[in-house]
Write a protein that binds this ligand. Structure first.
Ligand code: URA
Ligand code: CA
Length: 437
């Protein structure tokens, strides 16, 4: 028997050659079980960073990482299970809206979600702002709920993609996070291990996104779509704008309220549009509509005829949540104080740096600075103006919902994040930049 050596794989990748499937599995298996040390993997990651990977290598790496731990079998759920993944944004409430919305059109939504870290909020945190709601379900309970109501959301459990966890920590300290093949395989391995048949990706670009630059976002989207299709999961991506926060609010309970408004057909136009766009692709991939136009028409109707909102109520009560919050949002956690930030001069809003608004929300307690931090579900920021809106001196730009945070520092951060210009030629950025299939 010929034994493989990690040394040879490092050398091969350093010289720009493509690795064979067996070699990729040898690396992932050996690293996961501790046979291959961090120092060799560090060198290997740096070689990948500089030499890249072919489409076949990326797909093999993703499959090997997905197979490194538990893999969820969603086959007891009938229908085509479509998952949505966002690369992360500020005030991105789409999952809360999309899950009941597409379920109302017959799409089975079996969603595993996470908590937030840093300036982006997690879906589980937002849902926990609803009194009584819980995400700890057994596998049987989870699948039964999806079969019955077409929608359930649970927290991540089990040992999913341990190879990705180890690699991500190592990339973090070896300056190798920013590599398209490594990012794409990391994200896709988790989606594949969670059992989706088809995947809709929302790749964000702009100041508040992980991929700030449009070309990088496009390259990442193409890489992930290629991987998904290589490993037999229909995958498509939408590249959407995250130069300013999505919708008008940032903060957990505030975003639940915004989701309810949107499900009622009264949501902010950008958030509504993104949900219709992503939702119609999900509906088509699930085989519940023949075209994106047909799906969009159905979904828009369900926002206006109460079906999406009814599905949200059913979803909440099926997981112990108080569905009365839908008609009485005062039942959601509320902050003690509301403080307005007013414009220092008249003009047009020309920029709202999403990252900084997210950081301000985190300073209020809406997000976690570290994995262990406790968060305050009631606090956050409500934007009254968005890019392209005219504003008069003294008019409120936004309202801060706060309990006991360092308010002067938060105000300073927010003032610095909102630009008001005199020339009046600033317009709202377009929301959907591209669609990759
Ligand atoms: N998010 C991930 O899950 N993985 C990466 O590598 C980068 C962002
Ligand atoms: Ca929002």
């Amino acid at each position: 028997m010929i034994t493989m050596r990690m040394y040879d794989l490092i050398e091969k990748k350093r010289n720009g050659e493509a690795l064979l499937p067996d070699e990729i599995h040898f690396f992932i298996d050996g690293y996961t079980n501790g046979d291959i040390p961090d120092y060799q993997v560090s060198a290997f990651l740096m070689a990948i960073y500089f030499q890249g990977m072919t489409e076949a290598e990326r797909a093999e790496l993703t499959a090997a990482m997905a197979a490194s731990g538990d893999q969820i079998d969603l086959s007891p759920i009938s229908g085509i299970k479509v998952d949505k993944h966002s690369t992360g944004g500020v005030g991105d409430t789409t999952t809360l809206i999309l899950a009941p919305l597409v379920a109302s059109a017959g799409v089975p939504v079996a969603k595993m979600s996470g908590r937030g870290l840093g300036h982006t909020g997690g879906t589980i945190d937002k849902l926990e702002a609803i009194p009584g709601f819980h995400v700890e379900l057994t596998n049987d309970e989870f699948m039964n709920l999806v079969n019955k109501n077409k929608v359930s959301v649970v927290g991540q459990t089990g040992n999913l993609t341990p190879a990705d966890k180890k690699l991500y920590s190592l990339r973090d300290v070896t300056a190798t996070v920013n590599s398209i093949p490594l990012i794409a395989s990391s994200i896709m391995s988790k989606k594949i291990a969670s059992g989706a048949d088809a995947i809709v990706l929302d790749v964000k670009t702009g100041a508040g996104a992980f991929m700030k630059d449009y070309q990088d976002a496009k390259e990442l989207a193409e890489a992930m779509v290629s991987i998904g299709n290589h490993v037999g999961r229909k995958t498509m991506a939408v590249i959407s704008d995250m130069s300013q926060p999505l919708g008008r609010v940032v903060g957990n309970a505030l975003e639940v309220k915004e989701a309810i408004d949107t499900l009622r057909g009264n949501g902010p136009s950008d958030l509504t549009e993104l949900c219709l766009e992503l939702g119609s692709h999900m509906t088509v991939l699930a085989g519940m509509a023949n075209s994106a136009d047909e799906a969009r028409k159905q979904l828009s109707e369900n926002l206006n005829n109460g079906k999406a909102l009814d599905r949200f109520k059913t979803f909440l009560s099926s997981q112990g949540g108080d569905s009365q919050v839908v008609d009485n949002p005062d039942l959601l956690p509320q902050a003690a104080q509301q403080i307005e930030l007013t414009a220092k001069k008249s003009g047009t809003v020309s920029g709202i740096i999403a990252d900084d608004v997210g950081t301000a929300a985190m300073m209020l307690g809406a997000g976690r600075a570290t994995k262990e931090s406790a968060i305050d579900l009631s606090v956050g920021i409500v934007l009254h103006k968005k890019i392209g809106d005219p504003v008069k001196e003294g008019e409120p730009l936004l309202t801060i919902h706060t309990n006991d945070s360092p308010i002067d520092a938060v105000k300073e951060k927010l003032y610095a994040s909102i630009k008001v210009s005199d020339n009046g030629d600033d317009v709202a950025p377009s929301l959907i930049h591209d669609t990759i299939t």
